[in-house]
Design a protein around this ligand. Structure first.
Ligand SMILES: NC(=O)c1ccc[n+]([C@@H]2O[C@H](COP(=O)([O-])OP(=O)(O)OC[C@H]3O[C@@H](n4cnc5c(N)ncnc54)[C@H](O)[C@@H]3O)[C@@H](O)[C@H]2O)c1
Length: 326
């Protein structure tokens, strides 16, 4: 159905995969604290919580389903819809003991679906990546779990489109000492992701993730506008219009514009594959905890302040070369 709507690659490729794809049966998951965007746009939604399960039982079901197909080569990647950002609660999010207590005490107000998927994966030694702006494995409790179990993880939010261009271009202004006065990025997209992000709380997580990168690279925060809006007829196309106002020699003001027009799934899928390969290699080489060298792939990389794509790529290469020769 998705192919019929978008027709963004050769249908023969899909036919070759038909048999394998048909073997994949999605299992019921959880949508705890996924916000209005998910609850309203994915209707009718069948979740484990609707079956009246406790939090502990939900975790056990997700774990059972995951372990049914997982093997030594499995990597889990969260590509579910973006969740609203929950308020950090030190009692339940700061330590593994606190997080597991939230599960025992059935504190479903304290966890989100992406945290639970990360918890189950990491607990079972399955490397995990968060391709979304949702909180997921970035809370201290789950970082502690990854360290304890000895499993690598990475995130957050795949850097596939406008932000990739922004974080590649922003360093140029810094290198040439051109002062960025303002940066506007206006994104429109169709499909379900666009519908979910049309809901204010879900959208906020994404905007925060996209907005901060320019300031992080420049070392100062110019005036920014970052907007995302749903545009149904675009389907899986995502178009970004960026306007950059900057100042050069003798204080002269100049302008730069770009338009990024890409197909969301086509720019995201190869990154998901690369992240999975790198995490599997990291696991095989005994790495554990946050793999910050994978920052190159993410808009909001964990445990690093390096947002410059050029430097991130050098860091990734160095890490990879050292790992394969170790
Ligand atoms: N270029 C990109 O596509 C790109 C780039 C960066 C980040 N992301 C993020 O990746 C995610 C997926 O993007 P997409 O375009 O494929 O979105 P999509 O809306 O097409 O797909 C999301 C899928 O997640 C499922 N889902 C929602 N909540 C779930 C839950 N709690 N448990 C299990 N499944 C759930 C939905 O049913 C849907 O099938 C989004 O969060 C998006 O913001 C995508």
């Amino acid at each position: 159905e998705h192919w019929e709507l978008n027709q963004h690659f050769d249908y023969r490729i899909l036919l070759k995969l038909k048999e394998d794809l048909e073997k994949i049966k999605a299992k019921k998951g959880t949508a705890l604290n996924c916000g209005k965007g998910v609850l309203e746009e994915l209707k009718p939604l069948a979740t484990l919580e609707d079956e009246g399960l406790t939090l502990k039982e939900i975790v056990e079901r997700v774990e059972k389903d995951l372990l049914e197909f997982a093997d030594d080569e499995t990597v889990a990647i969260n590509v579910a819809s973006t969740e609203p950002t929950p308020e950090f609660d030190p009692e339940y999010h700061a330590t593994l003991e606190g997080f597991e207590r939230a599960i025992e005490e059935d504190r479903r107000d304290k966890v989100t679906a992406s945290m639970l998927y990360a918890y189950v994966s990491l607990k079972n030694g399955i490397p995990f990546a968060n391709f979304t702006p949702s909180v997921s494995s970035s809370i201290p409790a789950l970082k502690e779990l990854a360290e304890r179990v000895g499993v690598p993880h990475a995130g957050n939010d795949g850097k596939t489109g406008e932000t990739l261009v922004k974080t590649t271009l922003a360093p140029m202004f810094a290198y040439r000492n051109l002062k960025v006065l303002g940066w506007m990025g206006y994104n429109i997209l169709g499909d379900l992701d666009g519908k979910v992000l049309a809901h204010e709380q879900n959208k906020r997580s994404k905007i925060v993730s996209k907005d901060k990168v320019v300031g992080k690279i420049l070392g100062y925060y110019p005036y920014t506008i970052t907007e995302i809006n749903y545009f149904p007829s675009l389907q899986d196309n995502k178009t970004a219009f960026d306007f950059i106002h900057f100042q050069g020699f003798l204080g002269t003001k100049m302008k730069f514009y770009f338009i990024w027009d890409a197909i969301d799934a086509i720019v995201a899928a190869p990154l998901v594959l690369d992240i999975a390969r790198f995490l599997l290699l990291a696991k095989k080489k005994g790495q554990k905890g946050v793999v910050k060298e994978l920052a190159f792939f993410f808009k909001s990389p964990m445990d690093t302040d390096e947002y410059n794509t050029h430097r991130q790529f050098e860091i990734l290469k160095k890490w990879f070369e050292a790992l394969v020769s170790s």
